[in-house]
Write a protein that binds this ligand. Structure first.
Ligand SMILES: [Zn+2]
Length: 260
């Protein structure tokens, strides 16, 4: 968990290398390039005059990581920032949780929230993004409040409680990032170029399912840079008490191209 200045510079380079290169060719910064320059600007700002250990960006990210790991509320995070600033006015940190979040968002570590049917039949998006009930089972999208919905003003409608939410971590930007970093880009070819092929089982690539897949999809198998993903899921109770019924079901994709 070491966010030194160099690590952050490396991260920025990995994320925005293509943008920085394209910048020499095109006129005027595009949206991604603007984010890049903002982040570079924040990464180069000292945390306080003379500080070499942390930049504004690396310190804010470290603090945000602690918030996520230990479940601090958004309000408590803002209070902590305010206290730090009051005690050490020269400290160069964002004033609130919201400002911190928009900083993190620029690193593309964000997720999308999609409303879902409480029984898991459908997602309320695209053509169905304004629908109020599930098209398969008829379940309501929002938890019913005592007052009738028609009595709510339009501004209050946005604050109704959702029955179920899907948090989606978009896959494509994450796959892109694997190819932006030269080390991981090399490792993605490991299963074909560096794995020892002596017939012993050590990696999914040694298994029959993998070979069977290659036989069925020769076009896909032809390029070893094509990414093979394993999908796994399990439910757990994020609040560590089994007595409440809330549970979370992460669905995780694992890249099988990589070395064990
Ligand atoms: Zn349903």
């Amino acid at each position: 968990m070491d966010y030194s200045r160099d690590d952050i510079d490396g991260l920025l380079n990995d994320k925005f290398r293509d943008v920085a290169q394209a910048e020499g060719v095109y006129d005027g910064p595009n949206e991604d390039a603007k984010k890049f320059y903002n982040l570079v600007e924040e990464a180069s700002q000292e945390l306080y005059p003379g500080c070499t250990r942390f930049s504004k960006l690396s310190f804010t990210l470290s603090l945000y990581l602690l918030k996520c790991l230990h479940g601090w509320s958004n309000k408590s995070f803002t209070s902590l920032l305010e206290l730090l600033k009051e005690a050490m006015p020269e400290l160069n940190i964002p004033p609130s949780y919201n400002k911190t979040k928009s900083m993190v968002k620029n690193l593309d570590l964000d997720y999308e929230k999609i409303d879902a049917c409480p029984n898991g039949c459908m997602l309320f998006r695209n053509d169905h993004k304004d629908d109020e009930f599930c098209h398969t089972c008829g379940a309501l999208r929002y938890i019913k409040s005592p007052e009738a919905d028609s009595e709510l003003e339009p501004s209050k409608k946005q604050h109704r409680v959702l029955a179920k939410t899907l948090r989606h971590f978009p896959l494509i930007p994450r796959l892109k990032r694997l190819f932006m970093c030269s080390k991981t880009a090399d490792s993605l070819r490991w299963h074909d170029e560096e794995r020892s092929k002596d017939g012993k089982l050590r990696h999914p690539a040694d298994g029959l399912a993998w070979k069977d897949f290659d036989r069925l999809h020769p076009d896909f198998a032809l390029d070893c840079r094509n990414v093979r993903l394993g999908l796994s899921s399990d439910g757990f109770n994020p609040f560590r008490t089994m007595s409440i019924s809330h549970s979370t079901w992460p669905v995780m994709l694992t890249v099988y191209n990589l070395p064990p």
